[in-house]
Structures are given as structure tokens and as C-alpha cells.
Write a protein that binds this ligand. Structure first.
Ligand code: SAM
Length: 290
């Protein structure tokens, strides 16, 4: 049987089931098996491993994952895809499809109850924009027992996640992601390998969860508040953003002192600071904001 991810087989499946794409659910299906191979390879899955797939669609990526993993748990929000997946996944009894909105799933409990036998677990998905960041941050922040995350997403968002200081794409999302994981861009995927074609290119991103954060923070929650505040108005200085978005007029003295103690120039913009510098500043101020 041909791969699902070929133009001919995908069209045949969609036509036979009378399927109409829902733009609101980010339904752009991949029709290039080589790209799927790259995604599955990037996840480095072995037969003893389990995979959580977000948004299987008609099963194009699921099929590739199923050929490598011992267990695949796929979460699909669109009920109309269930009969299609039942058909396309019939040769793969170790794939289970769940009709769920992934954002409503308690993944920690799910893994505990269903995937305790797996040697390691990866989260893989070709994700619509609105799901990507929340699901990724949930997986990372909840410190779930997940080794690898391989996601294909809108190129611009992926670039922001992987960005380094001093670049336009660098911001609070870069720090939020890189605090928990090492990021690696696997490849750019042109919009031409999807039906229907999306407006923008995509990028495959691999995230390897860190065993410990790369910087020391005395108060993690405050560190992230300070990072977010630093980028509220990108063109403004750190001083301006932190004064107005974080400490307020009454914190002016403390803020000045924190800059002096850390040797960080308050005239710099947030986009020039490394994660370590953000941590230094946050650690100076945190005791006043517990
Ligand atoms: N994996 C398939 C592929 O690569 O061809 C389909 C990818 S398509 C970009 C995204 C899929 O995610 C769609 O099937 C869509 O219905 C599903 N989806 C969208 N939002 C979802 C959510 N909140 N939870 C689970 N699935 C979702």
C-alpha cells in the first residue's frame, strides 16, 4: 500500500469520505513522505518507545510514527476524521486514536495511566498555530516525563522559539522555550507540500528537554515575569519596560540598585540580554516581590 502522504492517496481518501477542510483547525495535510520520514527520524524513536501525536489528520504522520514506535497515542479534535483514521490506521493495532482537544487533556495523568511501560516518550505533531505554544509550554512547564518534542509549525513561530539574543526573532517565547529545552531547527518545509497550501512555510523543530534549567533562578515565576515585562515594548529600554511593566514608581530605587549590582546597562533593550543576564537581574529583584 502506498504512503498516505502521497497526493494521489490523500485525495482518494478525502474524496471517498467527502471531507472538507476546516481552516479554523489548521487543517493542512502533508503529502510528501520524505518530510514525514525526517520528522519521525528527528524524534529518534525506538520500538520500545511511545509517541503522543497531536492532530493526526488522516494519519499521514501517524503511519510513519507507527512504523517506528511500540505505542502511538494520537489526539484528534475533529470527529469527522475518526472514521478516516479507523480505516487508515487499521494495519497498525498499536495506534490508538482519541477524539479529544489536546488542550483539554491532562497529559501527566494520561501518561501515568497509559504509557508507563514505554521506555521513553516523545511528543510529535504537525500543529496548527493556535495549539502550538500552549501545548508546548504545558509539556515543558509541567515537566512531564517526555524526552523529545518534534513539532512542525509556522516558520516564523519556530524561528522565535529557537532565536538567540541580538536577533529580531528573540523574545520572551525564545527564553520560555529555551529555559526548558535545547532547540534545534531540523528543516524548513515549503508550503507546496501540503493540501490545501498554507500561506506560509513551516519549520520542523526538535526540542530536547533539559535535565535542569541553564540558569539559576531564585524565583522562577518572577524570572518569567521580568522576561515578559522586558519585551512588552520591544523598542523601549529595559529601564523603561521594567519600571512601567514590572516594579512601578515605588520600585524605582530597587530597580536602579539591581542594575548597579549586576552591571547591566539599563539603557539596553531586552532583545540584547542573554538568559543568564535576565536571571541575574531577576535574582536581584526577586526577594522584594515574593
Ligand atoms: N498530522 C497531519 C499531517 O501532517 O498531515 C495533520 C496536520 S494538520 C496541520 C493539524 C491537525 O490537528 C488537524 O487534523 C486538526 O483537526 C488537528 N487539531 C487542530 N486543533 C487540535 C486540538 N486542539 N487538539 C487535537 N487536534 C487538533
Amino acid at each position: 500500500m502506498k504512503d498516505i502522504a502521497t497526493p494521489g492517496r490523500t485525495k482518494d481518501i478525502l474524496e471517498r469520505h467527502g471531507f472538507a477542510f476546516k481552516k479554523s483547525l489548521g487543517q493542512n495535510f502533508l503529502i510528501d513522505a520524505n518530510i514525514l520520514t525526517r520528522i519521525a527520524e528527528a524524534a529518534g524513536i525506538e520500538p520500545e518507545d511511545g509517541v503522543i501525536e497531536v492532530g493526526p489528520g488522516i494519519g499521514a504522520l501517524t503511519e510513519h510514527l507507527a512504523k517506528q514506535a511500540g505505542q502511538v497515542e494520537a489526539f484528534e479534535i475533529d470527529q469527522r476524521l475518526l472514521p478516516i483514521l479507523e480505516e487508515t490506521m487499521a494495519p497498525y493495532p498499536h495506534v490508538r486514536v482519541h477524539h479529544r482537544d489536546i488542550l483539554q487533556v491532562n497529559l501527566g495523568a494520561f501518561i501515568h495511566e497509559n504509557m508507563s511501560e514505554c521506555r521513553s516518550i516523545s511528543v510529535v505533531g504537525n500543529l496548527p498555530y493556535y495549539v502550538t505554544t500552549p501545548i508546548l509550554m504545558a509539556v515543558l512547564e509541567q515537566r512531564l516525563p517526555i524526552k523529545n518534542i518534534v513539532i512542525m509549525l509556522q516558520k516564523e513561530v519556530a524561528e522565535r522559539m529557537a532565536a538567540v539574543p541580538g536577533t529580531k526573532a528573540y523574545g520572551s517565547l525564545s527564553i520560555a522555550v529555551q529555559y526548558f529545552a535545547e532547540t534545534e531547527k531540523v528543516m524548513t518545509v515549503p508550503k507546496t507540500v501540503f493540501i490545501p497550501q498554507p500561506r506560509v512555510d513551516s519549520l520542523i523543530l526538535r526540542l530536547k528537554k533539559r535535565s535542569a534549567p541553564p540558569v539559576h533562578t531564585v524565583n522562577e515565576e518572577f524570572f518569567f515575569r521580568l522576561v515578559r515585562a522586558s519585551f512588552v515594548q520591544r523598542r523601549k529600554t529595559l529601564w523603561n519596560n521594567l519600571l512601567h511593566q514590572l516594579v512601578g514608581p515605588e520600585g524605582k530605587g530597587r530597580l536602579l540598585q539591581a542594575f548597579e549590582q549586576t552591571g547591566i546597562d539599563p539603557g539596553r533593550r531586552g532583545e540584547t540580554l542573554s538568559m543568564e543576564e535576565f536571571a541575574l537581574l531577576a535574582n536581584e529583584l526577586a526577594p522584594f516581590y515574593q
